[in-house]
Design a protein around this ligand. Sequence first.
Ligand SMILES: [Zn+2]
Length: 493
Amino acid sequence: MNVEKELQKRFGFPAFRPGQREVIEDVLSGRDVFAMLPTGSGKSICYLLSGYLLGGLVVIVTPLISLMQDQVQRLRMNGEKGAAALNSFLTEEERERVIRGLGSFRFLYLSPEMLRSSRLQTALKNIGVSLFVVDEAHCISQWGYEFRPEYLKLAEARRNIGQPPCLALTATADDQVRKDIITHLELTDCRLHLYSVDRPNIALCVEHWLEPKEKERRLIELVKQLEGPGIVYFSSRKMTEQMAERLKLDGILQVGFYHGDMSTEDRMLIQNQFLGDQLDVVCATNAFGMGIDKPNIRFVIHYHYPTHINAYMQEIGRAGRDGEPSLAICLVGAGDDRIAQTLIDRELPDESVVKAVISRLAGGNDPYDIQKLAMDNGASETSAQFLCEKLSGMDNQSDAATLFERVMQDVHARRSVKTAELAKVRQWLATNRCRRKTVLQFYGQQPVDRNGPCCDRCGFQLKAYYKKIGDTRRLNQGIEPWQSRLERLLPRR
Ligand SMILES: [Zn+2]
């Protein structure tokens, strides 16, 4: 079988990008495969082409609804009519239609939550799935424990649909995340394909600011000076709105904000405006960015640092997909350590909540809504979900004291994992050594060869990322003035 010919025929590409062929060959041999391929390396080709060559139905588990719609759309534009998505956006009737017509599909995208349906599992088992793909597989580790417990049940779902071979794909998974994925997907004898997570065209920079006011001023200054478009990440939803307002007051007009509390329509609007170059800057929480395939993002600024190094790499990896020089700046302020710690604490229930919930459970026969009970006792939504998941997985015959002890054991275990992850981020922020080398060590990797600027520890010029003089593209609605066009075509030495 000539895989290259198939690549050309199906997608019009003359050759594979690094990694693709190796991954596809292992998938075709029927092995489970874990592949870490850098952003922009064409991860989807790995399962699409495998799907064509294997025949049958390929199931792709993917985290975001907007992502799967987009992927289905793209496949249809590529002439593939046998692609469908199953998600909560569909009406009952539409979902039913997809399930009834499963046999006519080649690629089925769905969320882990959808895959919990036993009716769907049975239907998939009857039809026979040729390949089980988990895209953005780091979500298992990043979200599975607290936010989306279904991610930890993918192995079970896979068994229920007849244990098809599995392909786990991600752009970033440090050693710990990789172990997590492999354990939870039960990939006991899988082939590993690990390519560098290094993005040589993204320069890394950290700035420490003692006074909150100074940090805020610095952000405004950077957003004004830096070549856009860019994303600024905050850990608080309220701050995305406040800072967007603040930036507007300062004359930066094409700015929007984005967070999980907004309506789907509002979020879609901001996302589309950003994709369409109508916005220069989006102030966002980490809800923004995954699956946004925008090639020309020039900077990613973290106003608050994430609590996990893998999340940091994911977020800055949204810059510079076109391969052009781009910048990742992390602004660290005096109170940020406390903010990061609070984020972790809020994701797990504290003792008093666990105690209160368990005592109510033990006291009555009514099936309580554990999550609601926890939230009524002051737990955050995430920590309530964690508690609900733990308790519903335990045998209810145990007495309250035993239950409490077991839940708290899990809470402590998760807390220490999270604290260790946070310590890595802090170690990276404080390092005197090359930031690229330091971060790649968490992945057991070395920097790839480079000739461009590296990081603030290796000496680089922030000015190189400032807006080019004479760049008035935005004012001219896409008509580039002759001066800048000339400058672009004949760059000054
Ligand atoms: Zn460096």
